[in-house]
Design a protein around this ligand. Structure first.
Ligand code: CP3
Length: 358
């Protein structure tokens, strides 16, 4: 890690110095660890479900800046998390690249047409930035309304994960279509990845321009790749995004979350140059502390199902995560998104546990 990034300096804006989450992402240890939860704006909240029903669907909600800003702020108001995450979706990038996007009731998202042939990848459109403008308006509204100690996070999907949806047209259990295409026609698949990298850099730089202070790169399906493919399709594109974003947005901090990367995490951290690494719940935080670069901030990694269960299972799991990561900058989070049936009193208890030092 670049040591100059690890120390708060004279030039640090007061806004960042006052935000525990930004201090940790900048390389400082803060006790108790700041906390936010992946998918904290979403279906486990009755106020989210009410607004979604009123707007008539996910896409209508995500492209309505007033409503999307309200959803972003709902969990901050209710729980007082240390970070707010923009309410949007990783599939806005394929949508801006010309695929149709639908979120049907009770099913996962669908993209059409599927990009399963070389011609289709070549036909993919010039990105339509106008489609993403409502998202930047959401960012500006949230930035103006957030309490001063709360950090504001933007995000995008990492190119591999986004491409798995673009190629299959929907989520898939083992990402077989994208994996096959990546072996069979790496040139065409690489061209698709490059298009996603380009738009993702512009998209995240624009989120930062509108007010987010850090961004998370979600590589939800990083775990499905063999090691050489992981190097090429996870580490390579994420490293390119980090390098290009740093050049354009020197103050923006970047969290990489390669879910399922396991033993490949140390290489991911070193080779992508992210400011912080997210750990999923299958990673032993004791192992992560011993094997990740010293001083690198980590985020995670409570099992979302321990949160659903509550009681002693929750308290014990929280304690293990906090204890394992006591000696390095740590942002408390789940190992993956909060699930819709997580009880609200358990979320309140989690905050009390973490803030009470567990
Ligand atoms: O974290 C947040 O609160 C911010 C908003 C956010 C959403 N999606 C809203 C959403 C974020 C950061 C995402 C990321 C996302 N989207 C990922 C990466 C993280 C992960 O969970 O692995 C992925 C793979 C997607 C794609 C996606 N969007 C799927 C597979 C689904 C359906 C399944 C599911 O988990 O709901 C969505 C829909 C979606 N995105 C919802 C929300 C709140 C539910 C939509 C609804 O209200 O029905």
């Amino acid at each position: 890690m670049d040591e100059t990034r690890a120390r708060p300096e004279a030039g640090t804006p007061p806004s960042r110095a006052a935000k525990p989450l930004m201090r940790v992402l900048g390389g400082e240890r803060v006790d108790p660890p700041p906390i936010w939860l992946m998918r904290q704006a979403g279906r486990y909240l009755p106020e989210y479900r009410a607004l979604r029903a009123e707007k008539g669907g996910f896409l209508a909600l995500a492209t309505d800046p007033a409503a999307a800003a309200e959803v972003t702020l709902q969990p901050i108001r209710r729980f007082g998390f240390d970070g707010a995450i923009l309410f949007s979706d990783i599939l806005m990038v394929p949508w801006a690249l010309g695929q149709e996007l639908t979120f049907g009731p009770g099913e996962g998202p669908r993209l059409a047409p599927k990009l399963d042939v070389r011609e289709a990848i070549e036909r993919i459109g010039v990105p339509d930035h106008a489609k993403l403008r409502p998202i930047y308006d959401t960012v500006a509204r949230v930035a103006a309304a957030l309490p001063p100690a709360v950090a504001f996070l933007g995000f995008a999907g990492s190119p591999w994960t986004v491409a798995t949806y673009m190629v299959a047209g929907q989520g898939s259990k083992d990402q077989a279509e994208a994996r096959r295409l990546a072996y069979a026609d790496p040139g065409a698949f690489g061209a698709l990845i490059d298009r996603v990298v380009d738009l993702t850099v512009d998209y995240l730089a624009a989120q930062h321009g509108a007010g987010v202070e850090a961004v998370q790169l979600f590589d939800s399906w990083a775990g499905s790749l063999a090691p050489a493919q992981f190097e090429r399709w996870v580490i390579g594109p994420n490293a390119a995004i980090v390098e290009r974003l740093r050049a354009r947005c020197p103050k923006l901090l970047i969290i990489g979350f390669p879910k399922g990367a396991g033993a490949k995490l140390p290489a991911y951290a070193r080779e992508t140059g992210v400011d912080a690494v997210g750990l999923d719940e299958t990673v032993d935080p004791v192992w992560a502390h011993a094997n990740l670069p010293p001083g690198l901030p980590v985020q995670g990694n409570l099992d979302p199902l321990a949160l659903v269960t509550g009681g002693e299972a929750l308290a014990g799991a929280v304690r293990r995560v906090i204890d394992a990561l006591r000696e390095r900058p740590h942002v408390f989070n789940l190992g993956h998104g909060i699930v819709p049936d997580a009880p609200i009193p358990h979320v309140e208890r989690l905050l009390a546990l973490v803030r009470g030092g567990a």
